[in-house]
Write a protein that binds this ligand. Structure first.
Ligand SMILES: [Zn+2]
Length: 94
């Protein structure tokens, strides 16, 4: 097991980690979760943990529903992970 710390950012409870993702273990229905699989990509424990800690994660080679490959920042939001396309490496405009 890793030494990563898993604390729910919403309620401070411990989180459960499994191959599906990271889930708040709070029994009062906090419901915070981060799925491990995002747009066809499996996140590592380190990436999951960064999201739980409120850090954005650069995800390369995601697959859209139309089957197109794309890159995005994964940004932790209140309801889970959201995509951001601002400031992606290699996409800066001068
Ligand atoms: Zn929680």
């Amino acid at each position: 097991m890793s030494e990563l710390e898993w604390v729910c950012p919403k309620c401070g409870s411990a989180m459960r980690i499994n191959k599906g993702g990271a889930f708040c273990a709070d029994e009062n229905g906090c419901g915070f979760r981060v799925w491990r699989k995002v747009a066809g990509k499996e996140l590592t424990d380190e990436e999951l943990n960064a999201l739980v800690r409120g850090r954005k994660v650069l995800a390369l080679g995601l697959k859209s529903k139309a089957g197109k490959s794309f890159n995005a920042w994964l940004v932790p939001g209140a309801e889970g992970v959201e995509f951001s396309f601002e400031g992606l490496p290699g996409k800066e405009t001068n």
